[in-house]
Ligand binder design. Structure first.
Ligand SMILES: [Zn+2]
Length: 239
């Protein structure tokens, strides 16, 4: 007789903070010896990850990394099966365990991470993988070819949400779009950038007025390497 369990588990769900916190406690006791304290948990609209452990990383004199300011983030943009959400949480908890115990791994999914992951999979019958987080290379594959640099506006609306509007790389187009966007009373700020980070190639470039909402934390991560541009509606120059 075939086992039908997978059908029961296949109901899709959106993560909630309560669910994550409850399961964090459970897995912390079961798998991490109760050594973890619950970090802040945020729900986001990110399209590039399902779950993410974020922290500050400082590298000391002799290359030893020091981690602080931990948080767990889960995207509401994806529908998870329950097991998928649990596996995603455990995956992020392994990152969290390594970082908050100041353990040194050679890379994000290095030897230490894989060993803990394999142990947990074996002992608890989980199916955690290293691949649920979309890497830059995977992002590039999704886009198809090496992306060209983009010019885009980061638009903040009065409700606090952030949007991206990418336009063709022609000064006149930027100026036109600048006037068009800043004319709207809902817009509370508008800043232009130039970047060759593939993340920004995910946003369609056009002269239409449709903008894409973007998760602020994810945006800030990618803006760090972008070049700010200064536009006053008549001229455009490097910031
Ligand atoms: Zn990971």
């Amino acid at each position: 007789m075939r086992c039908q369990l997978s059908i029961v588990n296949y109901q899709l769900m959106t993560p909630t903070v309560e669910y994550i916190r409850e399961h964090f406690d459970l897995y912390n006791r079961q798998m991490f010896g109760g050594t973890l304290t619950v970090p802040p948990i945020y729900l986001t609209n990110a399209r590039t990850y399902m779950g993410q452990m974020t922290c500050r990383k400082r590298t000391g004199l002799f290359g030893k990394k020091h981690f602080s300011d931990f948080a767990l983030r889960f995207s509401r943009r994806f529908d998870f099966s329950e097991t998928e959400l649990q596996d995603t949480l455990i995956h992020e908890m392994i990152h969290y365990y390594i970082a908050c115990h100041q353990l040194q791994d050679i890379s994000a999914h290095g030897q230490l991470f894989r060993q803990m992951m394999n142990d947990i999979n074996q002992k608890y019958g989980r199916h955690i993988t290293v691949s649920h987080r979309i890497t830059n290379e995977e992002r590039l594959q999704l886009i198809g070819s090496k992306p060209r640099p983009r010019i885009f506006a980061v638009v903040r609306l009065a409700d606090g949400e952030h949007y991206i509007k990418s336009v063709p790389r022609i000064e006149q187009r930027v100026l036109t779009m600048h006037r068009r966007i800043s004319f709207s009373p809902q817009v509370s700020s508008l800043t232009w950038y130039y970047s060759s980070d593939p993340f920004f190639a995910l946003f369609p470039s056009s002269m239409g007025t449709r903008m894409q909402r973007v998760d602020l934390v994810e945006l800030q991560l990618h803006l760090a390497s972008a070049t700010p541009l200064i536009c006053d509606g008549r001229t455009l120059r490097r910031g």
